[in-house]
Design a binder for this molecule. Sequence first.
Ligand SMILES: [Fe+2]
Ligand SMILES: [Fe+2]
Length: 223
Amino acid sequence: MVNRRRFLSYVPALVTIPVGSLLGPAHPAHAAEVAGLSPIENLMRAHGVLERAMLIYDEFRRRITEGRSIDPNLVTKVTTVIHDYFADYHEKMEEKYIFGPMEKAGKQFASIQDLKMQHGVGWELTERIQNLARANKLTPESIGYFQVYVKMFRHHAAWEDTVVFPAFRSLVSGKELGELGQTFEKEEQRQFGPDGFNSVLAILADVEKRLGIYELSTSTPKL
Ligand SMILES: [Fe+2]
Ligand SMILES: [Fe+2]
């Protein structure tokens, strides 16, 4: 049963409020500070990419379960993004610049061992999903891999966002964080080009459009 009062509070407001009035007057110093992404923002943005890929995995799983066919090329597009952007860039940067210093400082040591283990398991799962797609064998075996991948990485990313990154933030100064942000951006551009993040996101957006799950409204339940 829908709580009507609560439900109505979510109905979009028709009154538009100028964005400037919410942000207050522009402040040049602040604008300079936010010009580049901090490494934490970079990592959390990549978790957003991963979540979009996992929403696609959920859709693949649903379609296979219903006996519907899937173009295997769509699957390999997603596994390539996960392989190249997520495992080969995001996880490597995480291990080198976040986990390494935290292990040395004895911060969240046990968590980091589990997270590194999950990076390895994730790599293996991606290989298996990719191989099955290339062989056009999108079967119950694939369903199982999609399921365990999504379960593990939702937990993994949520743990990093709420436990590991805040603990890392307490270890470094603002200056070190700014420098590290630039290191992340340079590496991202070296591997994926000047508009690296957007080009990676465009691949996933294309798959979402082909599956009919791109529009945000497609996930809003009809109450
Ligand atoms: Fe990770
Ligand atoms: Fe991560």
